[in-house]
Design a protein. Structure first.
Length: 241
């Protein structure tokens, strides 16, 4: 049986690219989705078309009990994960004076509380496994430098960075690395409606990144070559900062 990696938010965009790349690397993928069954099926079909192994998990990362139950059931059936990539996230953008309480809470609940719910279910089993493991969180340049109209999103993504660094210290002796990838401007559904041309003026490479380029960084962090890399934030951003 291949080592398994759980990828949350794997039904589209960066999450799908990560799942597909890690499957090519030889890992069995537990591809999580919340609402887009069709998207998740496309992820699985893409992986299986290249002779990879993929199974689908559905749960709402905001629901701690449902998250734990789904993850524990999957690990009971397939073994404790070698790795987990916490990618699930949403945006609810608005200038701060117009940012409603519901949009603040929704983004924090999915992006930050969802991270907690997933990692609470997987970290102890990974540590007890007494074998090397990999945890990769997905933040954003918004969590490093802030972004207009994204106070809620920036807060959640900055929280992910802080959580990653602290968890890395706790897991290091057990050979479980914990790192963060903070993408810049990436071609995805989240950036489709943004003023891209204006934003690219700040990017020295003068282009958007691709989900596959983010997946390549995650691939490295999950590999044996990254065994001595932990507590790091890597930002594929075209030289933005």
């Amino acid at each position: 049986m291949n080592d398994s990696i759980l990828v949350t938010g794997a039904s589209s965009g960066i999450g799908r690219a990560i799942a597909v790349r890690l499957a090519k690397d030889g890992y069995a993928i537990a591809a999580h989705y919340s609402s887009s069954r069709d998207g998740a099926e496309q992820t699985r079909e893409t992986i299986e078309a290249d002779s990879g192994e993929c199974r689908l998990l559905r749960f709402d990362v905001r629901d701690a009990d449902a998250t734990r139950e789904a993850i524990e059931a999957d690990m009971d059936a397939h073994g404790v994960y070698y790795g987990v990539v916490c990618n699930a996230g949403i945006t609810r953008d608005a200038a701060f004076p117009m940012l409603g309480e519901e949009d603040w809470k929704a983004v924090i609940d999915v992006n930050l509380n969802g991270l907690y719910n997933v990692l609470q279910a997987v970290v102890m089993p990974m540590l007890r496994r007494r074998r090397p493991g990999r945890i990769v969180t997905i933040s954003s340049v918004s969590g490093i430098m802030g972004n207009r109209g994204q106070v809620n999103y920036s807060a959640s993504k900055a929280g992910i960075i802080g959580a990653t660094k602290a968890l890395a210290v706790e897991c290091a002796k057990r050979k479980v690395t914990v790192n963060c990838v903070a993408p810049g401007l990436i071609e995805s559904e989240m950036t489709r409606d943004l003023p891209v041309e204006k934003m690219l003026e700040a990017v020295p490479m003068q282009r958007m990144g691709t989900p596959d380029e983010v997946a390549g960084v995650v691939s490295f962090l999950c590999s044996e070559d990254a065994a001595y890399v932990t507590r790091q934030v890597i930002s594929p951003n075209g030289g933005l900062f």
